[in-house]
Design a protein around this ligand. Structure first.
Ligand SMILES: [Zn+2]
Length: 99
């Protein structure tokens, strides 16, 4: 149960239309496929879906973000102090090798 704050700026509103627009466009294209089989087959009309997606992305990219509510930023994790590096160990752990 998280009270999610929904942004109502133009950009987020347009972006929120992506799902319904894609579903509606797919429905229309499949309906045309069934009504006029052959002439409006999905194989010929699927670019319309890409055009709709591109138009929505373009509109959301151009829309202003006035009043945009971003995701609540989590507090920065405390920076752990770096432990002092151990002194370099120059002794060869594999005695008798590498000579
Ligand atoms: Zn927004």
């Amino acid at each position: 149960m998280s009270a999610q704050v929904r942004c109502t700026c133009s950009r987020c509103t347009i972006r929120g239309l992506m799902g319904p627009a894609v579903i509606t466009t797919l429905g229309i294209l499949f309906l045309l496929n069934e009504l006029r089989h052959g002439y409006f087959s999905f194989g010929h009309t699927f670019p319309v879906l890409l055009i709709v997606i591109g138009a929505i992305l373009l509109a959301s990219a151009l829309a202003p973000m006035d009043g945009h509510i971003g995701a609540p930023s989590a507090p920065a994790p405390p920076v752990a102090p770096t432990p002092p590096s151990p002194p370099p160990n120059h002794s060869n752990p594999y005695s008798g090798q590498g000579k």
